[in-house]
Ligand binder design. Structure first.
Ligand code: AMP
Ligand code: MG
Length: 420
């Protein structure tokens, strides 16, 4: 059911790209094994291909009748293992006919006189030991990567293994990023005394790319209805619109009102989290967009949105809130738009290094530093001045998740982490 939804919001448009250009892209078709893997019984150790029965009693002396290295093909009859015989074999080489195990070279010694062509084996092996039988990893025709899978380096390796130098992927969703606020200026500008630079458009663009989307940064919208509306309409021409700022309760927080004028349907306005409480999520339906389209036809708009339902998020303007709400809400939406099979967010766990004191009522995401090794993961809160404090993120590498009913968490307790 969830998958249907994902496919439902994905454009379904497909393109074929070079394998490495497929990194981070979502597969539009399955990747199948083109032959058995491994394609032959493959030795996993350097040593001697033997018959396990010959080593029931050790030490045993076997006649060495050949050698096979990776890339060699041991012709049956020419290079096979009979009773009392062994073939020298290297990791990755095919097991000769007759052998049913590999004994590691570490457990053997060769006769002083090489002319003897004999090996002394000091240890028994089980039949099947130290090689992977043909087809044990995958059979020819088997699905190795499903449609909807996002390609990471392991997926790239799998595609390469089956000879896919080009892969079919879904078109990346185009995600408009629209920052709002009279105080916000472009990053090239020298800010006035009361102005701040537009970092959100950049953090969001980076997060969008990271999630598999293509970011389209729009101009900064002032806290003024007409211009804000016009930029929102531009943004609705993309597959998804992310707004930041202007969603709180302030007099100049106009985003919800303007979206309301566009007959937006709101799925939620606000979440019981901190940072990020004022987030809104909704869509503009075909009707409103068709009207925008009509204006475009009349030459009033530069780019016309396609007339079907478009989703938007209004994210809070405080930079840390913007980032956290993106990860929790916008990332899964972008993944769905990209055609990716839905993934659950992964929360790691670590032991708290120092006590946390906070207020109850909201689920909190507090910037923190994860450290420690292997099974000794430890975490402590980073020093920060609240959700406007971007500099704190330089000290943090994750967020501690504090459940809404916890006023204090003592050091030593295990806590959940949202990674970033
Ligand atoms: P708002 O949600 O519009 O009330 O904004 C909350 C806070 O976030 C204010 O201090 C804003 O100055 C700041 N802020 C809003 N938009 C941005 C942006 N694009 N980049 C950096 N900070 C922002
Ligand atoms: Mg604002």
């Amino acid at each position: 059911m969830v998958e249907e939804h994902a496919v439902g919001v994905c454009s379904g448009e497909v393109e074929t790209v070079d394998l490495l250009a497929g990194l981070g892209r979502v597969l539009a078709g399955e990747i199948l094994a083109d032959r058995d893997f491994p394609p032959f019984d493959r030795a996993t150790r350097d040593g001697y291909a033997v018959r396990a029965a010959d080593l029931a009693e050790v030490p045993a002396r076997l006649e060495v009748v050949g050698a096979v290295k990776a890339g060699d093909w041991p012709e049956p009859g020419v290079c096979s293992v009979g009773r009392g015989q062994a073939v020298e074999i290297m990791t990755g080489a095919p097991l000769p006919v007759g052998a049913d195990a590999v004994v590691m070279v570490e457990h053997t010694s060769v006769a002083d006189r090489p002319a003897d062509r004999a090996v002394e084996v000091g240890r028994s092996v089980r039949s099947g030991e130290n090689f992977v039988p043909r087809g044990a990893e995958a059979l020819a025709g088997q699905v190795l990567l499903d449609r909807g899978r996002r390609l990471d380096h392991a997926g790239i390796a799998i595609a390469a293994t089956v000879g896919k130098s080009r892969v079919q992927v879904f078109r990346k969703p185009r995600v408009a990023v629209l920052s709002t606020g009279d105080e916000v200026v472009e990053i090239e500008a020298t800010p006035g005394a009361a102005q701040i630079r537009n970092s959100n458009s950049y953090s969001l663009a980076a997060q969008v790319q990271n999630a598999g989307g293509e970011a389209v940064r729009l101009a900064i919208a002032p806290d003024e209805r007409g211009r804000l509306r016009s930029l929102i309409e531009d943004g609705l021409g993309c597959d998804l619109l992310l707004l930041t700022g202007g969603v709180s309760m302030g007099k100049y927080d106009l985003v919800e009102q303007v979206l309301g004028e566009l007959q937006a349907e709101f799925y939620f306005t606000g979440a019981e989290i901190q940072p990020g409480r004022p987030i809104v999520f909704g869509s503009c339906g075909a009707d409103a967009l068709a009207r925008v389209d009509g204006q475009a036809a009349a030459g009033t708009r530069a780019r016309a949105p396609a007339p079907h339902k478009k989703y938007f998020f209004g994210l809070p303007g405080n930079p840390v809130s913007t980032m956290v709400t993106f990860e929790l809400f916008a990332r899964p939406m972008i993944e769905a738009l990209a055609g990716q099979t839905p993934q659950r967010l992964i929360f790691l766990r670590a032991r708290l290094k120092s006590d946390i004191r906070t207020k109850t009522g909201l689920k909190r995401f507090l910037p923190a530093v994860l450290s420690g090794e292997f099974e000794n993961a430890e975490v402590e809160l980073a020093r920060w001045q609240g959700s406007g404090d971007v500099a704190a993120l330089a000290r943090a590498n994750c967020y501690v998740v504090v459940p809404p009913d916890r006023e204090r968490i003592d050091s030593g307790e295990w806590v959940s982490l949202l990674m970033r």
